[in-house]
Design a protein around this ligand. Structure first.
Ligand SMILES: Cc1ncc(COP(=O)(O)O)c(C=O)c1O
Length: 364
């Protein structure tokens, strides 16, 4: 049996009729940039999240840039973020010549440790940027209380968490700006690069819309230094076909995660889901002591795995200029050695899951 890590092919076969028809419509109209599907998708995303404004863009990375540019984050400003994430989280801060200030994570959820944020605040701090890692929101009440006390903005990097909830609401309702990614392997993915920015603030929304088209007010009149960061119409068409199925896919992902937890919690540390929030299970990630060996063994048994992530930010070569070193963020350093992500898709069937659980249990 060969198991697929995210099983995008299966999903395409299921929704092929709608996806193909939507793509064909774009080809027939040839409105490849800002076609009608982009507006339609934004309206559907607003309905899905109950956000006042959804602005699509070219990737989750560009969504982060747009969010920070809308908040005027610039040279020398400090942005507090988690040390354990995909590089884009901190990279975009640095790209704007701001300073990423890394905070270690919680052992049980892999998310930023909110109790360590206040100690990282300085007069230069402008924003806090938690990541909803593997699809689970961070401690937003605690983070928002700190932000309020110190007059800081909050951006959630929700590249992995579109569809997750905090206190039964989409995460956009618990921050100033929420961003996500529609990279193909994300829980809601398109067929190329894509992303979106969400906010309830009309001023930010207007600015983000301009920033994504080179800061333009009107054609060839530029109010801001911006980006070329639009979502293309073909990707919007794919997402429009997939979005109506997404709620049931999230339910299926939850069932897969519960099944994993049931089968594995006696032999490995399974992910903890905190109360008052839900995860979309972008990854199902466990901790093991013999990761490399286990990964090799599972690979031989036809089971693909991933490591998200093998090195925390502060130890990356590109961030050496920040002067951090080993032992500065011990929890993330330990977890970087131990985490392993298992195949996860709404279409992982019982037989496949049984096999994964059995093969893993016999190898740890
Ligand atoms: C936490 C996080 N932030 C940002 C990104 C960037 O998204 P994209 O690949 O769409 O640019 C990703 C994507 O992998 C991510 O996981």
């Amino acid at each position: 049996m060969k198991i697929d890590f995210a099983n995008l092919q299966h999903q395409y076969q299921l929704y092929k009729t709608e996806i193909d028809a939507n793509i064909q419509k774009v080809l027939d109209n040839s409105n490849y940039i800002m076609g009608i599907e982009v507006k339609e998708l934004e309206s559907e995303l607003e309905k899905f999240t109950k956000a006042k404004h959804a602005i699509t863009c070219s990737s989750g990375t560009d969504a982060l840039l747009l969010a920070m540019m809308a908040l005027d984050i610039q040279l020398g400003d400090e942005v507090i973020t988690t040390v354990f994430s995909f590089i884009a989280t901190a990279e975009t801060i640095a790209l704007l010549k701001a300073v990423p200030v890394f905070v270690d994570i919680e052992e049980s959820t892999f998310n930023i440790d909110a109790s360590k944020i206040e100690a990282a605040i300085t007069p230069k701090t402008k924003a806090i940027m938690p990541v909803s890692l593997y699809g689970q929101p961070a401690d937003m009440d605690e983070i928002n209380a700190i932000a309020k006390k110190h007059n800081l903005k909050v951006i959630i990097d929700g590249a992995q968490s579109f569809g997750a909830t905090y206190k039964e609401q989409a995460e956009v309702h618990h921050c100033n700006i929420y961003t996500t990614s529609f990279f193909p392997s994300k829980p809601l993915g398109c067929y190329g690069d894509g992303g979106a920015v969400f906010t309830n603030n009309a001023e930010y929304a207007e600015k983000i819309k301009k920033l994504r088209v080179h800061g333009q007010n009107k054609r060839y009149q530029h109010k801001y230094i911006g980006l070329g960061a639009r979502l293309d119409t073909l990707q919007a068409a794919v997402l429009l076909a997939k979005l109506p199925h997404y709620a049931k896919e999230i339910t299926a992902r939850k069932a897969v995660a519960e099944n994993y937890t049931q089968g594995l919690s006696k032999c490995v540390q399974t992910p903890k889901l905190k109360s008052n929030r839900s995860s979309v299970w972008a990854q199902y990630t466990v901790r093991v002591k013999n990761r490399d060996q286990l990964q090799e063994g599972l690979k031989r048994a036809g089971i693909p795995t991933g490591v998200h992530y093998p090195m925390p930010m502060h130890l990356q070569e590109c961030f050496q200029y920040l002067g951090l070193k080993e032992d500065d963020c011990p929890v993330s350093e330990r977890l970087a050695q131990e985490v392993i992500s298992l195949p996860m898709s709404p279409y992982l069937n019982d037989k496949e899951q049984e096999t994964i659980i059995m093969r893993l249990v016999e190898r740890v």
